[in-house]
Write a protein that binds this ligand. Sequence first.
Ligand SMILES: [Zn+2]
Length: 254
Amino acid sequence: MIIDTHAHLLSPGVDTFSIIERMKDDGLEKIVNIGTDTGDSEGGVLLAKKVKDVYTTVGIHPEYASKTTKQDIEKINALASEEKVVAIGEIGLDYHFETDNKEKQKEIFIAQIKIAKAHNLPICIHTRDAKEDTYEILKKYSDIIVKPSIMHCFSEDWEYAKKFLDLGFYISFSGNITYKKSDRSFVKDIPLDRILVETDSPYLSPEPLRGTKNEPKNVKLTAQKLADLYEMDYEKFEKITRDNAYNVFKGMKR
Ligand SMILES: [Zn+2]
């Protein structure tokens, strides 16, 4: 059995009910749903309360930083104390589409790092085209960040993998590690007790399903690719990632 540590079960177009109904048959031990705004986070809390093996994070994605209000931050703070909330995320910086709101993005990011501290929860980091600034903030606030925390959908190089590992982060890979273009040369240098697997579904379907709608069960394809890179037996690798998931999401019950 495997754990998908990052899935958007409430994204538009996701057949949430079917995914949950098939979970055990698909070999999924747990799914961690990820919040991206206040409504999505609230939905995640309700879903996790209803479904035994689903846990959730709450947080505001940097993509929504511009329209985020003080009340939204207060809402995330309130949701963080609900049961089955296992992390604050996904939070971070994204300069891919918007670069004229960097200060606002940083402000929202830091406010949520502080919420995580107040609730003793790890953080799940999204960074896109913003690795330097993300690193600077994580380094500056390292003392208050609950460890281990997570670098989600890692797509940087070894230099940055090493930097984030040194700050106490786990490195989480999604389907894009199966893509031909991705740099996989350094993967086996990541200590096995610091690696996680995720789908980021419904996005980023791993090969050979690239281009189709992703779902949690496909996490096994990414895990297989990583097991190959470590030259390790699949079952053994799956168990390692499962243990790591329980280690980072301390509120998740075995
Ligand atoms: Zn995500």
